[in-house]
Write a protein of this length. Sequence first.
Length: 404
Amino acid sequence: MAGLPFALVGGGYAIAVLYAGVLLSLTVLGLPFVAAALLGARGLGAPHRWLLGRLLGTHVEAPAGLPRPEGVLARGRVVLADPVAWRALLYLLLRLPLGLLGFAAAVGLPLACGWLTGFPLWARLLEGPRPVGWADLVSVPLGVLILTALPATIRTLGGANRRLGVLLLGPAPAQRRVRELETARAGLLAENADRLHRLERDLHDGTQARLVALAITLSLTDDALAPAAGPDLARSRALVERARNQTDVTLAELRGLTRGIRPVALDGGLAQALPGLTATSPVPVAVRLDLREDVDPAVERAVYFCAAELLTNVAKHSGARSAELLASASGGRVRLVVRDDGRGGAAPGTGTDTGTVGGTATGTRTGSGLSGLAGRLAAVDGVLTVDSPPGGPTTVTAELPARL
């Protein structure tokens, strides 16, 4: 009901713009008028988005603003080529019959229901006593039938309005795609900067300190080998042993630091890396691979880390007795599926995750878990979907392009 005034104003504006635009199309005023009308249609989309959000519970993202190049002609070309404005004008035109139909259903159907249900009474109040006829017998069931169909009718018309608004009032598909990629890139850059900072800190506080200790040990060994009274072989042997242990620890730490940059297992491709990854899982994992196409290194790395994260979560949180990993690369797409028979209840959040893959709620984890994994995949144009009903099983699917 509240949408009818918006529909009348917007529909009248769209019809007037189209009519005047056709009349002025052969004159000098034609293009400036159309450009101004498109800007007006863009502006009229805002109250309709607000109405969809407040009354129908559907958030429609506002499109990006128009660029402002130098010069009147350049700005006019930008407006005339703006797909958002043309789609908004089309929405205003289609919203008019939908608004009239919705108002008729919201107001006319209840009135018809009340009239038909009470028809035997209204007829006798207006005409006086009369025998019961076929109209009295049909009107009441018909009124009840209309009352029964009223909620479904309103919901159907509301759904049509929501779909129309989402389709025509939001950003153009190309703009939405650019915005998603920009958001994913920003998240990936922030994650890489944080990872680089952690790597620098680990190298400074860990590896560098161990190398300094190794240098001190070697210096002490040199002193033990050349004292004034002759070499102290027992002390020298102990110091050499200590230096060897320090070298082993330092090398292990360096391997651990470099593993997060480029896993050595990926040198042989996903066909070798994924089975090696599942072999280290404490939960038995069945592996099925169908890698028919070559995959870009960045996509390989994303798939590998995604599989590692999902298998780690299965082992930590799911309570599963078995799991399954399926990976395929065909038709220009890479698909990774990790399935377990655990408790279920996993749900990706926005910024935080309550619960993890294959597990029940285990507390809130900020910036990690499924939402972080989805962000990492989005940076390579990938999508993460989760199917994890309470009680399980849990199935997590990642789909990515094979080539970037």
